[in-house]
Write a protein that binds this ligand. Structure first.
Ligand code: FES
Length: 232
């Protein structure tokens, strides 16, 4: 007796079995993993204990772009403890410099009055903050359950295959991005797009390459809301 039939008997009716074997087979497809078992390379790089302890960067000698300083100062006013602004402040530094480079970390640390080491500890923990240069545009293809069952691994492969040498695009798999209803989906520098068909991938990558709006008709933020007040 199959599992599906047993379940049907428990609830007292005979119902057609769902395509369970198909779903399990899709779920079991092994995602690529790096040494240590992670999907994210370098997350467990050891700290360099030979370096001198860092100090808080001196504002007199650390040049911080005015816009970045203003953004970080504004972020710091939003929390009871200004240090709580570390993640969005690092994200602001990353947007400006392309990654959490030593220069970006130094500038953020200078404005926040913390050591670069404090911020590196935060940046190296959070998946969306890059402590190595990866590419200006970040394409996160969700490979979590809803997206996996709708072909996310094939989508990620197709996006990677479409990239050319010299493209400043970082495409990678990501855990649930919270938009499971548009699976399979991807975040293009924070713009949610989905469901993405495999034959739309060449257009999508070309639009990203040219700095155009990615698949405008598939963007989550352009969907109409059931709340008429929310539609512009
Ligand atoms: S599983 Fe992909 S957005 Fe949730």
């Amino acid at each position: 007796m199959s599992d599906e039939t047993k379940v049907a008997e428990v609830v007292g009716e005979i119902i057609p079995a769902p395509p369970r074997a198909q779903a399990i087979a899709a779920f079991k497809t092994e995602p690529p993993r790096y040494a240590g078992g992670s999907r994210v390379p370098g997350w467990d790089d050891p700290v360099d204990l030979t370096k001198d302890p860092a100090t808080i960067p001196d504002p007199a000698t650390t040049e911080v772009p005015a816009e970045l300083r203003a953004e970080i100062e504004d972020l710091m006013t939003r929390y009871p403890d200004p240090k709580s602004a570390s993640i969005p402040a690092l994200a602001a530094g990353q947007r400006l410099h392309g990654w959490c480079s030593p220069e970006a970390i130094e500038q953020v640390a200078c404005v926040m009055r913390v050591t670069p080491g404090y911020l590196i500890a935060v940046a190296s923990f959070y998946d969306m903050l890059d402590t190595k240069p990866v590419g200006r545009c970040r394409v996160y293809v969700c490979t979590n359950i809803s997206c996996s069952l709708n072909g996310a691994d094939e989508l990620l492969d197709a996006v990677k295959r479409e990239l050319r040498e010299g493209d400043d695009i970082h495409a990678r798999g990501f855990e649930c991005l919270g938009a499971c209803d548009i699976a399979p989906m991807a975040s293009i520098d924070g713009v949610y797009v989905g469901p993405i068909a495999l034959d739309e991938v060449p257009t999508l990558v070309d639009q990203i390459r040219k700095g155009e709006d990615p698949l405008p008709d598939k963007q989550l933020n352009k969907r109409r809301s059931v709340d008429p007040e929310a539609n512009g």
